[in-house]
Design a protein around this ligand. Structure first.
Ligand code: FES
Ligand code: FES
Length: 162
């Protein structure tokens, strides 16, 4: 079986199992990156979102061979319990952190959005997060969290330009 290489959270990982194994399974079971969660397993809920070359994708729909030679980022790359990323801080203070199933995927989609310089407009944030579902709570705190992270990034960029 051909060995595949992927750069995962900055580390080169090698995989020599079946190439059409789902990316989520390789991340969780082979490499222990269990922050990525499975909800529907059918590309509908966004719980399994990771970044592939910086863009959010559903890792339950992607065979690992499709990610070969590419850059994968999971929620583990965002921050650690002792050193949260600004986006995670925003989810904490604005009440956007909900259950452990939907939150990692929300964070990954939001991370890509903030990094690309998305706006703090609630409608724009809702459109961006449309592929990330929560079955049990409202979305307002999540939207507030992302807006807060956008504003914080804007302030820090402005401060650097001064
Ligand atoms: S688990 Fe992948 S989209 Fe739901
Ligand atoms: S699915 Fe996570 S809080 Fe609803």
């Amino acid at each position: 079986m051909k060995r595949l290489s992927l750069r995962v959270n900055g580390t080169l990982q090698r995989y020599d199992g079946p190439p059409f194994t789902r990316l989520i399974d390789v991340l969780r079971e082979d490499w222990g990156l269990t922050g990525t969660k499975e909800g529907c397993g059918e590309g509908e809920c966004g719980a399994c979102t990771v970044l592939l070359d910086g863009k959010p994708v559903n890792s339950c729909l992607i065979p690992v061979c499709h990610a070969a030679g590419r850059k994968v980022q999971t929620v583990e790359a965002l921050g650690t319990p002792g050193k949260l990323a600004a986006l995670q801080e925003a989810f904490l203070t604005e009440g956007g952190a909900q259950c452990g199933i939907c939150t990692p995927g929300m964070l990954m989609t939001a991370w890509a959005y903030v990094k690309k310089g998305g706006s703090d407009d609630p409608g724009a944030i809702r459109r961006e997060l449309a592929g990330n579902l929560c079955r049990c709570t409202g979305y307002q705190h999540i939207v507030n969290s992302v807006a807060s992270a956008v504003r914080k990034q804007r302030r820090s960029r402005a401060a650097k330009r001064r």
